[in-house]
Design a protein around this ligand. Structure first.
Ligand code: AMP
Length: 417
C-alpha cells in the first residue's frame, strides 16, 4: 500500500489541520500513517505501539473527526494509569482545539465534583482510568448510549493491573455499533484474545513494521565517550569488512580534523564539504568510488545525490540533529540490494537527538557498547562484562547496552566526559 507521509493527504478538517500545525507536528509518525486512514473510515484498529511512537495521535486524530460537538459522550479512552489518562486528555484537548469538543479526564485520587460536571454536561471526549470510570458507571453518572469510539490504551498494562472486569463492564454497556481501537506495546496471548474479543474485523498496525529502512541495512548505535570517538572509529576500521566507509561529521572543521587524525594513523581518507572547491570534491568522490581511498569524511553536503556503489558502512560520527538527515545518510549504504551497515556514535549529550531519530523511525535502534570506549562497565553484571571483554579488541563489540535505560546510559556517559 502506498504510504501517506504528510497530514494533508489524510483529508482532515481545517480545524484539525490547524491544531496539528500549532503542535508543530509536520508529518505523521509511522503508526499515524498506518492507523489514521482506517480509523477515519470507521474501521476497528489493533495497534502494537509503545509510548513515544505517536500512538495517541494515531487514535485521537481519526476519533475527533468522527464525533460532533453537542452529541454527548462519544469518545472514551481507557488508560491504565492516572498520568496516562491525563496525558491523553491533554493531547486530545490540543488536537480538538477549534472543534468545540470538550475533553475531561476521569481518574482516581481526586474529587468527584468536576468529573460529575463533565459527565453531566455530556463532554464529548473522556480519558479515564477503569477503576474510577466504573465507579461512575455503577452510580449511574455515565451515559454511554452515544459512544462512537472506544479506545483501550496500553491494553497489556491494563490487563496486568487487573482491570479486565472493569473493561468488560464498559464493553457491555456501550453500543455494539461503536468503533473500537486497542493499543498495546506488547501482544501476549491475553491481550491478543482481548483484541479479538473487542474488535470486529480490525486492521492491525505496528509502529515498527518492516520497511521503515532500506532492506538489509544493519543499524547500530555505539555509546561512546566524546574523546574516544576517533579511537573507536580507528578500531572499527581495522576490520576487513569495513572496506568503503562514508563518515559524517556535524561540522566542516570536524571533518578536516578527523581526516588529519585518520591520515596520521595511516588510514587513507579524504573530505567532502562546502568549503572545498568543486574540483576537490569531485576528485575526492572519484578516489572514493575507485577505492583509492577507503574513507570519505563528509558533512551533509555529500548526503543527497552521492551515489557510490558498494559503500559498506556509513558512520554518523556525530548524531544528526535532524532525523531526516539520518534517514538520508543511511540510505547511502546497502544500495541496490547489497548488505550495508549504518553505525551511529552517541555521547551522553547527543541522546536527545537519538531519541528524535527513533521517534521519526518509530523504533528503537540497537545499542552496542565496548567497555574500553564508553563508561567503565561497572554497573553491568560480571557475565556481561566477560562477554564484552572477550568480544572487544578487534571485534565490533556486539553486546547491547540494553540492560541500562537510556537515562542511565546518558548519565554515565556524561559523568565520564
Ligand atoms: P505518544 O506516543 O502518543 O505518547 O507521543 C509521543 C510524543 O510524540 C508526544 O510528545 C507527542 O506530542 C509527539 N508526537 C506525536 N505525533 C507527532 C508527530 N506527528 N510529529 C511530532 N511529534 C509527535
Amino acid at each position: 500500500m502506498e504510504e501517506v507521509h504528510n497530514f494533508a493527504s489524510f483529508g482532515l478538517s481545517d480545524e484539525l489541520r490547524a491544531a496539528i500545525e500549532s503542535l508543530g507536528w509536520t508529518e505523521p509518525t509511522p503508526i499515524q500513517t498506518r492507523a489514521v486512514p482506517p480509523g477515519m473510515e470507521g474501521k476497528d484498529v489493533v495497534g502494537i505501539a509503545q509510548t513515544g511512537t505517536g500512538k495517541t495521535g494515531a487514535f485521537v486524530i481519526p476519533a475527533i473527526e468522527r464525533i460532533k460537538a453537542g452529541g454527548g459522550l462519544q469518545f472514551l479512552v481507557l488508560c491504565p494509569t492516572r498520568e496516562l489518562a491525563q496525558q491523553v486528555a491533554e493531547d486530545a484537548g490540543e488536537l480538538a482545539r477549534g472543534s468545540g469538543l470538550r475533553v475531561a479526564d476521569i481518574v482516581g485520587g481526586v474529587g468527584y465534583g468536576p468529573q460529575l460536571e463533565a459527565l453531566g454536561e455530556g463532554f464529548e471526549i473522556i480519558a479515564a482510568t477503569p477503576g474510577r470510570f466504573n465507579d461512575h458507571l455503577e452510580r449511574g453518572n455515565v451515559d454511554l448510549s452515544a459512544l462512537a469510539v472506544l479506545v483501550l490504551d496500553e491494553a497489556d498494562r491494563m490487563l496486568d493491573m487487573g482491570f479486565r472486569p472493569q473493561i468488560e463492564e464498559v464493553l457491555q454497556r456501550s453500543p455494539r455499533s461503536r468503533q473500537t481501537m486497542l493499543y498495546s506495546a506488547t501482544m501476549p496471548n491475553g491481550v491478543h484474545a482481548l483484541a479479538l474479543q473487542v474488535t470486529r474485523d480490525p486492521v492491525w498496525v505496528e509502529a515498527t513494521p518492516e520497511g521503515t529502512t532500506a532492506e538489509g541495512i544493519e543499524e547500530l548505535v555505539y555509546t561512546v565517550k566524546p574523546e574516544m570517538k576517533v579511537e573507536l572509529l580507528v578500531q572499527l576500521l581495522e576490520s576487513s569488512e569495513w572496506d568503503q566507509v562514508l563518515v559524517f561529521t556535524r561540522t566542516k572543521a570536524g571533518a578536516d580534523a578527523l581526516r588529519g587524525r585518520l591520515d596520521s594513523g595511516g588510514i587513507r581518507a579524504d573530505t567532502m564539504h562546502s568549503d572545498r572547491r568543486m574540483e576537490h570534491r569531485v576528485r575526492a568522490l572519484d578516489r572514493f568510488a575507485k577505492g583509492t581511498i577507503r574513507v570519505l569524511v563528509a558533512t551533509d553536503v555529500a548526503q543527497r545525490g552521492l551515489d557510490v556503489e558498494g559503500i559498506s558502512h556509513v558512520v554518523n560520527f556525530d548524531v544528526p540533529t535532524d532525523p531526516e538527515d539520518y534517514v538520508h545518510r543511511i540510505g547511502r549504504t546497502g544500495r541496490a540490494g547489497a548488505a550495508g551497515c549504518a553505525v551511529t556514535f552517541v555521547t551522553g549529550a547527543e541522546f536527545g537527538y537519538l531519541k528524535s531519530i527513533e521517534h521519526r523511525l518509530g523504533r528503537r535502534l540497537e545499542r552496542v557498547s565496548i567497555p574500553e570506549f564508553d563508561y567503565s562497565g561497572s554497573s553491568q553484571s560480571g557475565e556481561d562484562q566477560g562477554q564484552q571483554r572477550s568480544r572487544s579488541g578487534r571485534s565490533m563489540g556486539r553486546k547491547s547496552a540494553a540492560d541500562l535505560s537510556d537515562e542511565e546510559l546518558a548519565e554515565l556517559l556524561d559523568l565520564s566526559k
